[in-house]
Design a protein around this ligand. Structure first.
Ligand code: XIL
Length: 502
């Protein structure tokens, strides 16, 4: 079996080994790894993208930016888009009263993690406050409200936002202009006015128009194409076009690369701004394999077009995706599952970005499908002196496991204080969790979970990301677990498969 990364920050200290040892049947090895050594265990999307001259981004929910969610966002991605926090209803819920808390949180997070920010979004028909949609405005009043809003918001983050989605979703499916509040009152000139106001407020930000179902060629994409062409001809400040990429499994448009290229040929940058690929739930292995191919195809399209700046996924984890709320019975649309484990899609992205590692890809055939366990480790909460963790052992083999142990190390001083659903003991750095009498047997395809509380000290700084780029000290050092082979085989990470020794 192969190493398989989580999105855990690279270089976390206290790496540990989680191993299943032998209470009869299983051995899962976790070898302690020095800081940084675990980098070899798996791809880091932001580094791979950077090597291609691109970024890889994610939309986030500001209120979730802590714990594992923040770790993955900050370590795997180098661009961030607030999912909702910069929309009009969020920043100006009542007229003249601004709330920047969510937007600030995302920008601050980005700055602390060397990430670019995509500002999203200034002029849209949706998620507008009631005072704006319910008001009766003259065209002049509405135009001023729009440009003032842009001036205020873009001005607040001047110099901190790389790309702004200035106008979002201006088109109907047939390529005509959407009859939005803006269009019906102001006509198509609202788009040029919005772009000019944004340019004036931050001359360095790249200004984008953004839409969905424009990913491949077609009437709607033609509408965008003609608009951009005419804006360019008039000297309106337009720097890029965003293609949202809200796609259906197996339906990546075959014309996507050509479509991105024809926009690039107009003299603008392009980006995939809201990628997700939805499927009917529950997800099957075949669907997840198709999704891997789809994520790879979209990323390939961006890699192939030199003016494609990067790709942003609309949420990196299935636990933070808008899809199940909006598309009945659909979901599993992102590269990480709800437990923050990388899905085949994650490896599809990595492979597209040039990753050649052959480890840990759950989409690969299991070399020995009759044996094996996966071990997932999650810190479910942490505070300044303590933490709670959950470990799930899944039997991926085709025969039951009778008796199990999981072992790992906490070389940075974390101490387990109490456990449940397993007997968890610690000797020095070494922790061992053995099955409780009632959960010794794990049927084929079944899983068991156990948890524990522990203590830790917040003093250990995170090592630098790379020799040239120092990272800020993290809030806390996490009791990281690296899954590793029993005898010095490459280190693994949470979510990895474990070994079955006999
Ligand atoms: C979505 C958010 O993800 C949801 O949380 C919210 O309830 C609705 O909006 N196109 C866009 C995004 O440009 O702003 C939308 O985001 C998804 C579709």
């Amino acid at each position: 079996m192969k190493p398989h990364p989580s999105g855990r920050p690279r270089g976390i200290r206290g790496a540990a080994a989680l191993g299943l040892a032998a209470a009869g049947a299983l051995l899962v090895g976790l070898a302690a790894t020095p800081s940084g050594a675990a980098d070899a265990a798996g791809p880091v999307l932001r580094d791979l993208a950077q090597a291609q001259g691109k970024y890889y981004g994610t939309a986030v929910t500001a209120s979730k930016l802590n714990g594992t969610y923040a770790d993955i966002a900050g370590s795997q991605f180098n661009s961030i888009t607030p999912g909702n926090e910069m929309k009009w209803e969020s920043v100006e819920p009542s007229r003249g009263t601004y709330n920047w808390s969510g937007a600030d949180a995302v920008v601050n997070f980005a700055q602390a993690h060397d990430m670019e920010v995509r500002g999203h979004t200034l002029v849209w028909h949706s998620q507008l406050p009631g005072w704006l949609t319910g008001g009766s405005w003259t065209a002049d009043q509405l135009r001023t409200l729009m440009t003032d809003h842009i001036t205020t918001e873009v001005g607040r983050y001047q110099g901190k936002i790389t790309h702004w989605d200035v106008v979002n979703e201006p088109f109907n499916e047939d390529g005509t202009f959407r009859q939005s509040l803006w269009y019906t009152k102001l006509g198509p000139s609202y788009i040029a006015d919005a772009l000019r106001a944004a340019r004036a407020a931050d001359p360095d930000a790249k200004l984008y128009l953004n839409d969905y179902n424009t990913d491949g060629t077609g009437a709607k994409s033609d509408g965008m194409y003609n608009l951009v062409k005419s804006l360019k001809a008039q000297g309106v400040p337009i720097d890029g076009v965003g293609f949202q990429g809200h796609l259906i499994l197996g339906q990546v448009p075959s014309t996507m690369k050509a479509n991105l290229q024809r926009f690039a040929d107009l003299g603008v940058d392009v980006a995939v701004t809201e990628l997700d690929i939805r499927m009917t739930l529950p997800a099957t292995d075949a669907e997840l394999a198709q999704q891997k191919a789809d994520y790879r195809a979209v990323t390939d399209a961006c890699v192939a077009v030199s003016r494609c700046r990067g790709v942003t996924v609309w949420g990196f984890t299935d636990s933070d995706s808008w899809i199940p709320d909006v598309f009945d019975g659909q979901g599993a649309a992102t590269p990480y599952d709800e437990g923050y484990r990388p899905k085949p899609a994650y490896y599809g992205i990595a492979e597209s970005l040039g990753w050649t590692g052959d480890g840990g890809d759950p989409g690969d055939p299991d070399p020995d499908p009759t044996t094996g366990c996966t071990v997932g480790y999650t810190v479910t909460s942490q505070w300044n002196t303590g933490f709670t963790a959950n470990v799930t052992v899944k039997n991926t083999g085709s025969s039951p496991v009778n008796g199990w142990q999981v072992a790992w190390a906490y070389p940075s001083g974390q101490r387990v204080t109490s456990g449940w659903n397993a007997t968890v003991t610690q000797s020095g750095a070494q922790v061992t969790a053995a099955n409780a009498p009632y959960n010794a047997t794990i049927g084929a395809g079944g899983s068991v979970s156990f948890g524990f509380n522990g203590t830790w000290s917040g003093a250990t700084p995170r090592p630098p990301r790379s020799p040239s780029t120092a990272r800020p000290a993290p809030r806390a050092e996490r009791p990281a677990v690296r899954l590793g082979g029993p005898d010095g085989t490459p280190p693994r990470r949470p979510g990895d498969r474990a070994w079955k020794s006999a």
